[in-house]
Write a protein that binds this ligand. Sequence first.
Ligand code: ZN
Length: 542
Amino acid sequence: MVNSNRIVSFNEVSDFFKTLKALILLSLYKYFSIFVLFYSIDKEKMMNKYIQKLYELDAKLKSIQYFMNLTGVDEATIAPKKSVKGRSVALSELSKIYYDAFINDENKKLFEEIEKITTLTEDETAKFTFIKNEYNKLACIPKEEYAQYTKLETLALKSWEEAKEKDDYSIFSPYLKKIIQFKKKYIKWRGLDGHPYDTLLEDFEPGLTVEKCDTFFNHIKAELVPLIQKISAKSDFITETIFNKEYAVDKQKELSYKLLEVLNYDLDAGLLSESVHPFTTAMTKDDVRITTHYHKNAILSSIYSTIHEAGHALYDQNVSDDIGFSLLATGVSMGIHESQSRFYENNIAHSKVFVDVLCKKLEEVFGKEYSFEPDKCYKEVNISKPSLIRIHADELTYPLHIIIRYEIEKEIFEGKLEVKDLPNAWNDKYEEYLGVRATSDAYGVLQDVHWSFGGFGYFPTYAIGSAFSAQIMAAMQKDTDVNGCIKEENFEPINNWLHEKIHQYGCMKTPEWLMINSTGETLNPTYYTDYLKEKYSALYEL
Ligand code: ZN
């Protein structure tokens, strides 16, 4: 029964308070949890908002860049001569729009907020790091200087073309002087430590320095110069009898398309046209344009230019869909990009097995009367001879052309070389390294387009790319029967290997990461020098 007047015991009081405390704690916990939940949702929302804004910025900048690149393709391929005036103004205005969209307080604040986020995914971190780095490169340049420089580049390109055509350095030199002045100011604005030329190298090849270049080029010189000298002494050992003939340009065009088909370049996501200097430009991964050039008495030039540019294009066409419309949808550095073009041009297309395929294609296009005998063709496409023009150089002497440009550029930014002295310095170095001297600047200091767009620091990446492509081939051969694939004209396994190890990442990974991921080690030039020594010793029976 129940006694209504019962005395409440001590234990019962204690239990009551315990229960009350538990209830209060439970409620507090509930409210706290709700608060934490809302706070987390809110924080997450904010974080997502910042990342969303970053992606929107990426898409906006990419859109402006898209049209600037398209104009560049138009300029080099089909634009009329007189269009330069209007284009230089339009591009200068577009560059201002790009600058304003990128360099402003809102973006500065956005980057500060993203830097505070500790839970970024790997992909978000990669995109942020890349875009922030691009921001730093541009933010240091005053807006007016940037717009003026863009205009200068357009005019300088035209003046270089005219100077080369008329063989008159004085047409180009005033523009070159201004470009170098701008680059010197840029080095100061960037404020990076080390050799002044390091800043320019960094823009094309993150992590590359004068110190690393010196070590790399010294290795090349020590390993290859003695071999080049021995081969020069046997200069008549292989003579040209097949490829020094005239070949109709329309047939050469037909051949280009056959080669692109073999390599699996997607013509639904690209276009082949003609320009003085062959190049590749990617608007997006689905629109990667390449150019080549045709000369009736230099068929090898069109063949290997087309293959070289297709190598660049395959990289850009095969980036991951996730970054298809992004600033990151391209090669992470020029060295890595060049490694892809040179892989196809040299390691693949100058090999015996590919030359066999090439002979078949040549026969299909030009008929049997030309007699494309594979052994003879293989030797002819690999003739090594010191020469004046870099883009026509063979694989073995090619790096010496780069060493010459590297040393000249380094001296310009050390303040040891003036613009007026460049033609002579150029010719002296060619005589020193290759034993040839240009009698005309068109074949000397005016031969390359790079300085007209301020591409100082670019040339070393060609040699880095060549070295890396040899390293890639060595690694790929461990996984894939490369020769078997070439023989069967089945490039899918080759392209897939590159897609998996390199192409898909675009700018999401550093050059060093890609090297390790694809070959198991960082750049090791011995693969390159061993490959060249073995190949050319056999060719010249040394
Ligand atoms: Zn290239």
